[in-house]
Ligand binder design. Structure first.
Ligand code: C2E
Ligand code: CA
Ligand code: CA
Ligand code: CA
Length: 279
């Protein structure tokens, strides 16, 4: 079964046989994967709701495993975080995303490149320096880089997180609060922390079971909250024309989701570039 793609990947998930052994296998494989360059970034477009123009990309890491095929980040990011490998992996993601932003001339085109940051990375003393080095190495303007953090990352220690956020913003990069609404954050967090963008979690877009108005009320409220703080609001998980129409009606500025574009390998994501509104 080791060489049967589907079964082998399942040994990487908890609950299948000897968990500890599977996890150690995975750790060892992750270490090798970093050395062998088996990670790739896919890029999902973000779009201006009113005009349909491309406004940026989110970089999403995948593991192109030589035996098991493409592995989603949900399967290996937690292990990378526990084992300390997230440091080098996160730095690779940052540098690669900046390099691609340069290749696309994202800053000249006014596009953002969004990069997910693990709490483990964010809490590292030299994180701001690593960000600065990635920007300099790629030669892109800092405004082009959007670092995505989740509420829990910030809530672990609001005071020191605020300091780190200020350090990063002093570099000129921008900060997004990811998966907003899913954490246990008090709304007061949103009032005070220094951020630029609010990403509304996809669970707030109405599903087929949401027949009453309450789902829409929450979504509308989150869009308004973000706008009250003059944040760029991005709705995640836009999966159909109804979602898109609802966001347009609510005045949500930016949207991301399978309906607009799937995450794509760089050579395919390049095809989205012409979708920039003419100046
Ligand atoms: P996320 O940051 O919330 O990223 C969005 C996830 O939602 C992506 O899954 C994306 O493929 C998926 N998605 C996008 N549009 C839709 C949609 O319309 N419907 C649905 N159902 N899903 C949609 P993916 O790529 O599997 O990433 C999962 C999570 O892994 C990310 O969630 C993020 O937390 C983490 N991750 C991904 N790349 C990195 C990375 O480079 N570093 C770190 N630390 N975490 C990462
Ligand atoms: Ca994200
Ligand atoms: Ca998200
Ligand atoms: Ca998430």
């Amino acid at each position: 079964a080791k060489h049967d793609g589907k079964n082998a990947v399942r040994t990487y998930s908890a609950g299948m046989g000897d968990e500890t052994a599977a996890r150690m296998d995975l750790e060892r494989d992750l270490r090798e994967a970093l050395r062998n360059g088996e990670f790739v970034l896919h890029y999902q477009g973000q779009f201006d709701v009113a005009s349909g123009a491309l406004s940026g990309y989110e970089a999403l890491v995948r593991w192109q495993h030589p035996v098991h095929g493409m592995i989603a980040p949900g399967r290996f990011i937690p292990v990378a975080e526990d084992s300390g490998l997230i440091g080098p992996l996160g730095t690779w993601v940052l540098r690669e995303a900046c390099r691609q932003a340069r290749a696309w001339r994202a800053d000249e085109r006014g596009l953002t490149m969004s990069v997910n940051v693990s709490p483990v990375q964010f809490d590292t003393a030299d994180f701001a320096r690593l960000v600065q080095e990635a920007l300099e190495e790629a030669g892109i303007r800092p405004e082009c880089l959007m670092l995505e953090l989740t509420e829990s990352t910030v809530l672990r220690d609001v005071a020191s997180a605020t300091q780190q956020l200020q350090r990063l913003r002093a570099l000129g990069v921008r900060i997004a609060l990811d998966d907003f609404g899913t954490g246990q954050s008090a709304l007061s967090l949103l009032r005070h922390i220094p951020i630029d963008q609010l990403k509304i979690d996809r669970s707030f877009l109405p599903g087929p079971d949401d027949t009453d108005e309450s789902a829409q009320v929450f979504l509308r409220l989150l869009v308004m909250l973000g706008q009250a703080r003059r944040l760029n609001v991005v709705a995640e998980g836009v999966e159909n024309a109804e979602h898109q129409a609802l966001l347009r009606e609510m005045g949500c500025p930016t949207a991301q989701g399978f309906y607009l574009s799937r995450p794509l390998p760089a050579h395919q994501a390049t095809a989205l570039l012409p979708q920039i509104a003419a100046p």
